[in-house]
Design a protein around this ligand. Structure first.
Ligand code: DGL
Length: 275
């Protein structure tokens, strides 16, 4: 039987660097918590893979996180939340939270005209997870999904503020504005990193929903409810945040340090296929 301890770390995983937007929010909203982050940099992207493959990968990562005795697992990847979360949640004793449901709840409360746009990877759009959950809350809502496959490589190339990113954003997003959405879910963990560009293109009439923020908020509520919030202040000099990847630890570390200003001391490569 797996034991959950209040002072154990929170496990966070993603297909690569995108989940760092969620980790950053957790660090901000839950500053005393420890985090073990895994980025599957060898097998990214998940957004073009099948449900079976994404579920197999996610299961291996969960096994790896279990070896760190995590008390909670945050699936900081929309594609894995869409394809793997429901199945894996039933198999383990560790509570899990994905990024889809928290965003759906906020978007449903935010929209005034009932027209919600979702931008995400092809896999997340194909899974229809956002429209399914939104319609469970409010069957009359219109949910318009749009896959934006070029956004992830642009983010990974560091083109966060760039004319190329502006142009691609216009191509993807103006049709959503024309349809009349008033709320837009950033349904991929990379997208909050280009939210300024996205906001500029869609204009003031569209409210952006950032799942990273909402997930960290809901995580805090879940920890409180389950009596799993840490009671310890982190000791100075301990490895409060630990980062693991399946490839390219140095590149990951450089990227991560550019987003998270909490100082990522090290990132370690592990062989995820062993789990
Ligand atoms: N992290 C993934 C997501 O949120 C995007 C990158 C990928 O395709 O793996 O869906």
């Amino acid at each position: 039987m797996y034991e959950l301890h209040k002072d154990a770390p929170i496990g966070v995983f993603d297909s690569g660097v995108g989940g760092l937007t969620v980790a950053k929010e957790i660090m901000h909203q839950l500053p005393d918590e420890k985090i073990v982050y895994f980025g599957d940099t060898a097998r990214v992207p998940y957004g073009s893979k099948s449900r079976e493959t994404v579920t197999r990968y996610s299961r291996q990562i969960v096994r790896f996180l279990e070896t760190h005795q995590v008390k909670m697992i945050v699936v900081a990847c929309n594609t894995a939340s869409a394809y793997a979360l429901d199945e894996i949640e039933k198999e383990i004793d560790i509570p899990m939270i994905g990024v889809v449901r928290p965003a759906v709840e906020v978007a449903s409360k935010t929209t005034r005209n009932g027209r919600i746009g979702v931008i995400a990877t092809q896999a997340t759009i194909d899974s229809q997870v956002y429209s399914t959950y939104i319609k469970q809350i409010s069957p009359d809502m219109d949910v318009i999904g749009k896959a934006c496959p070029l956004f992830c490589p642009l983010v990974e190339e560091g083109l966060l503020e760039d004319p190329v990113t502006d142009e691609i954003a216009r191509r993807y997003l103006l049709e959503l504005v024309d349809i009349g959405i008033d709320t837009l879910i950033l349904g991929c963990t990379h997208y909050p990193l280009i939210r300024k560009t996205i906001a500029r293109v869609v204009g003031d009439g569209v409210t952006l929903v950032n799942p990273a923020y909402e997930t960290a908020r809901e995580l805090k509520e879940m920890l409180l409810e389950k009596d799993l919030l840490t009671t310890k202040k982190p000791d100075l000099g301990t490895d409060r945040y630990r980062f693991f990847v399946s490839d390219g630890a140095e590149k990951f570390k450089t990227f991560a340090n550019s987003i998270i200003k909490y100082g990522i001391l090290s990132a370690k490569t592990i062989n995820i296929e062993e789990y």
